[in-house]
Design a protein. Structure first.
Length: 459
């Protein structure tokens, strides 16, 4: 917000080449605000601003930018300037940048790193995609149990300058195996002659390097930590994951689930920057599938053509019936998918969910049935539009609503379980997909009830 308010003044200083004043102003800004300013500025001005920053501030600012802005800046800067930024970046943020690049471009940028930083980058990129190993950073403080508090504080002062976080200090044995993590406040409040072992409880939580990134998200939610250690199979401490990186993953997962819930493939780029043809491709597949599904609805209507011809009035309520089933199914699917994402329900809870949705569907269907019956009654009293058999028409509609809504809630709630059991993403049970599925069965339920109730009357 600050950057946008001051953007006209900043651009004015650039045009007047008041760069010394501009540099003094930017020193007082946070990296996030500077990044926001750079995104809003024309490309030719971005590199001017960026070159005014110290290398530490420039690296921090670079990490807050979106991928496209980062790449634009790297192209505008020379190899030496790019090398400075890449070497100063936090290893986890640099890994994210390299992940987004084509392999050939990533190799070129790797060559700009110092030998030590290149070794770290290659190691992190060597872990499987979407694993915790791709999220972690090796920048942490570790101490031995035999250290005194004074030795620990001296160690932090000497080595803590460029570490990811100093909130948590990790304790390792002689082989590097993680044996505890201790909050920095415990060191600050302890007597200086005590040892680290005096503060240890050996009650810690750690992530495994090959864990899925979603596991990290759940762990941070559960334990409310700012950082979690990452260990290998032998329990050796090899890195940490901080909460800011997990927030990014959580946002990506939530966005992907929202896209899938809308019956489309997840976008790989922001809406404003994704190419039009790419967006069409992401949306066309699911729309085609849903269109083919709706063809079955037309087939169901054709199957009951004789009943519709005998009682045209039945066709009036088709949209009401199928939309009620689709809406109830969409509600159930959305609730269950979200509950799964939050860990509130698992595969073993399917019977609990189906019982709950059966009662819910019966209740919701009954509410809509009463509303539907009253609607037909009021219109009949006002205009006699439904004829002498209006009561049986109302009974058909009401009974169908109970059945269709119950079927919709059961289908919508069970589909995520079925997809997860088959190894697919439960979020793929999108609202439009559930609605399309319930439309066909809803018609079958409606006309079957109509045949049963209206036979010998209208049919």
């Amino acid at each position: 917000m600050l950057s946008r308010l001051l953007q006209p003044e900043i651009q004015s200083l650039i045009e007047e080449r008041q760069l010394s004043i501009l540099k003094e102003i930017l020193v007082e800004w946070t990296p996030a605000d500077i990044a926001e300013l750079l995104v809003d500025l024309p490309e030719k001005d971005r590199v001017i601003i960026f070159r005014l920053l110290s290398k530490e501030l420039a690296a921090d600012t670079f990490e807050y930018m979106d991928f496209d802005t980062q790449m634009d800046l790297l192209k505008l800067m020379g190899k030496e300037e790019s090398a400075v930024i890449l070497n100063e970046m936090d290893p986890d943020d640099r890994t994210w940048l390299f992940e987004e690049l084509p392999a050939s471009a990533a190799k070129q940028l790797l060559q700009l790193l110092s030998p030590d930083e290149r070794k770290i980058a290659v190691q992190l990129l060597g872990y499987p995609e979407n694993s915790v190993g791709r999220l972690m950073t090796p920048d942490y403080i570790a101490v031995k149990p035999s250290y005194t508090i004074q030795e620990t504080l001296d160690h932090i002062r000497e080595h803590g300058q460029n570490k990811e976080t100093l909130n948590i200090i990790y304790v390792v044995d002689d082989k590097g195996k993680l044996i505890d993590d201790i909050k920095i406040k415990d060191f600050l409040l302890a007597p200086l002659d005590q040892t680290v072992s005096d503060l240890m409880t050996e009650n810690f939580v750690a992530l495994h390097v090959f864990d899925d990134q979603e596991t990290a998200v759940e762990a941070f939610k559960k334990y409310d930590r700012v950082a979690l250690p990452v260990i290998d199979k032998a329990g050796i401490l090899i890195g940490i994951v901080t909460v800011d990186d997990v927030f990014d993953i959580a946002e990506e997962e939530a966005t992907e689930d929202m896209h899938k819930q809308a019956a489309m493939e997840a976008l790989d780029e922001p809406y404003s920057s994704i190419p039009l043809l790419e967006m069409i491709k992401k949306r066309a597949g699911w729309l085609a599938v849903l269109f083919l599904g709706e063809m079955f609805t037309a087939s169901a209507m054709a199957f009951f053509e004789d009943e519709i011809a005998k009682a045209v009035i039945l066709a009036m309520f088709v949209p009401l019936i199928i939309s009620s089933g689709g809406n109830s199914g969409s509600q159930a699917a959305t609730l269950v998918v979200r509950a799964m994402a939050l860990g509130e329900v698992t595969l073993k809870d399917w019977f609990f969910v189906i019982k709950r949705e059966l009662i819910t569907g019966l209740t919701l269907g009954s509410i809509l049935a009463i509303i539907g019956f009253m609607r037909i009654f009021v219109w009949q009293m006002a205009s006699h539009i439904y004829g002498d058999h209006w009561f049986y028409v109302a009974l058909t509609v009401s009974t169908s609503l109970v059945g269709v809504v119950m079927w919709g809630t059961i289908t919508g709630s069970m589909l995520p379980f079925i997809l997860k059991k088959l190894g697919f993403d439960p979020a793929s049970s999108s609202a439009p997909f559930v609605a399309t599925l319930v439309d066909v069965t809803g018609l079958v339920i409606y006309f079957s009830v109509a045949i049963f109730i209206l036979s010998g009357k209208l049919l």
